[in-house]
Design a protein around this ligand. Structure first.
Ligand SMILES: [Fe+2]
Length: 526
């Protein structure tokens, strides 16, 4: 007698599987378990010749149980694993645990019998396709198995929505999980989830699955996609079928099912499933499943977190803008990045907390963003400025301020952008603020900016040594700079945090100073 244990939590599926197994051979005696705890008891109770098990049960995951028992040295019988959700990770785990066969639901009863025959009667493997040893035909109800699997799959999806989606986590991981479940609902492998930034009428990609090696643009105008009616709340589902179409710049598909992502009842994004296995308009069951998923997502997405995710994307876009700006002039290449890094070092030295340090880093990276509005003829001009050119140049903090004005998530960064050329003595610009009226963050960026300006090559002069820079900081303390921040900078210099291009790497092409006069009037030239 061969004892085989069937572990499956759906009673109808369990019954049919048990019958298929016992139909294979008279010598097989089938036992059944409906939960992980029952399976645990049964596996400990006797020596089994075979195990056929579902993966996810109501009270846990069978792979975890097999792993646990294996680690304790308990013998695990040859096993067949059935699952409706086979990710590469789970597959790899099953194989590492010695599972003999992994079967993706739904499958035909004959497939299960073939696998079982190979597992229980390996000597007869050559005759694996022979008629069942029992001589009986598969009973008619076995044909219901695929339907039962589909039912089971749906239940499993609901289970995943409520149990597997993390209660916490960042917006991207929550959206990634929701996307994976949505794709399973419509039998698709490829898709993406994008959030909607209403102010700019843009969609920002936060999660994607298997969209291939194509470099995806991170955001695009709604007009570049077919999703206008979803973000405007006109449609609850959009079905594109029968023809090549574009759902995202560079992403083509034959068909798609797309639904709006809601936040407190308002459309806040789009979930797009490409080339789904389900054809045509989704049936009401599928719609209900997707509706449930979107409601679940709504309860999980925190308004502020979504805001922060969009702000992060916006910041990245601005940083990219600064980089392209600096690429115009090789002498200022990565100037803003260095100001951000040095600003962060000074902020740490001043004892600011880590969030504040990161804020300064971003502010430093963005501080000169207003130069995007300065013509190349002025920005890239070698030599000293005329009065008129200097007046144009001095507009950059206010231009930067107006760029960030529309982005209510960058309020504190905006202050650094506007005030990084104010002076401690009130003689700076644009607002002639003095002393502690100048926001602390801007005073920090001001010192970091001056240090970087002095210690790197410029089109109009060579980089200065660190010792010169330290001397100029001391001279400027209390007039140009906040003395407390100069202290922090001198300490950073002492600790080796500042390297001058005069002492460190040289530019590939040597730069000839155009003027013998050395200026630390960073507001005049930098
Ligand atoms: Fe500046």
């Amino acid at each position: 007698m061969l004892d085989v244990l069937v572990v499956e939590d759906q009673p109808a599926v369990r019954e049919v599987i048990s019958e298929i197994v016992s139909d294979l051979d008279r010598s097989i005696h089938v036992h059944a378990a409906g939960s992980i705890s029952e399976a645990r008891q049964e596996l400990a109770a006797r020596r089994w010749d075979g195990l056929i098990t579902d993966m996810s049960l109501g009270d846990g995951n069978m792979l975890d149980l097999i792993e646990e028992l294996g680690a304790k040295g308990q013998r695990i019988p040859p096993a067949i694993l059935m699952s409706g959700f086979l990710s590469a990770d789970r597959m790899a785990k099953a194989l590492s645990l010695g599972i003999v066969h992994v079967m993706a639901k739904p499958f035909e009863p004959a497939m299960l019998q073939n696998c079982l025959r190979k597992m229980l009667f390996p000597d007869a493997a050559g005759q694996a396709v022979a008629a069942p040893a029992s001589g009986r035909q598969l009973q008619s109800e076995h044909r219901l198995l695929p339907e039962m699997f589909e039912m089971d799959r749906r239940l499993g999806l609901v289970y995943r929505m409520f149990e597997e989606m993390p209660g916490k986590g960042n917006v991207a991981s929550i959206c990634g999980n929701a996307l994976a479940i949505a794709l399973d609902v419509v039998h698709s492998r490829l898709g993406f989830l994008a959030l909607y930034e209403r102010q700019r009428d843009r969609l920002v990609l936060v999660a994607e699955q298997d969209l291939g090696n194509a470099v995806l643009v991170e955001s695009c105008q709604v007009a570049e996609t077919p999703f206008r009616t979803l973000v405007d709340g006109v449609d609850e589902v959009l079905v594109g079928q029968d023809g090549m179409q574009s759902c995202w710049p560079g992403v083509k598909c034959h068909s798609h099912i797309s639904i709006p992502v809601m936040l407190q009842g308002v459309p806040m994004g789009v979930l797009c499933m490409l080339d789904p296995g389900l054809r045509g308009e989704p049936k009401s069951e599928t719609r209900q499943m997707l509706g449930l998923l979107i409601k679940k997502l709504d309860t999980m997405l925190d308004n502020r977190a979504v805001h922060a995710a969009l702000a992060e994307n916006m910041r990245d876009t601005l940083v990219a803008l600064v980089r392209s700006l600096e690429a115009r002039d090789r002498y200022t290449k990565d100037h803003s990045g260095r100001v951000g890094r040095l600003g962060a070092i000074l902020a740490e030295g001043l004892g600011l907390d880590s969030d504040h340090v990161e804020l300064i880093r971003t502010g430093g990276t963005l501080h000169d963003i207003g130069k995007v509005g300065i013509p190349d003829a002025v920005l890239l001009k070698p030599g000293r400025y005329t009065e008129q050119e200097f007046a144009i140049m001095k507009a950059h903090p206010a231009i930067g301020d107006s760029i960030l004005k529309h982005m209510d998530t960058l309020v504190r960064e905006r202050l650094m952008v506007r005030h990084h050329h104010e002076r401690w003595d009130g003689l700076g610009y644009p607002d002639q603020l003095a002393g502690e009226d100048i926001p602390l963050d801007a005073r920090i960026i001001c010192v970091a900016d001056a240090v970087d300006a002095m210690t790197t090559h410029r089109v109009y002069r060579m980089a200065q040594p660190v010792s010169f820079c330290a001397e100029q900081l001391r001279l400027g303390a209390g007039t140009q700079f906040d003395p407390a921040i100069v202290e922090a900078a001198l300490k950073a210099i002492k600790q080796g945090a500042v390297i001058s291009q005069a002492e460190g790497e040289q530019l590939a092409e040597p730069v000839k100073p155009l003027s013998a006069e050395i200026s630390i009037q960073t507001e005049a030239r930098h």
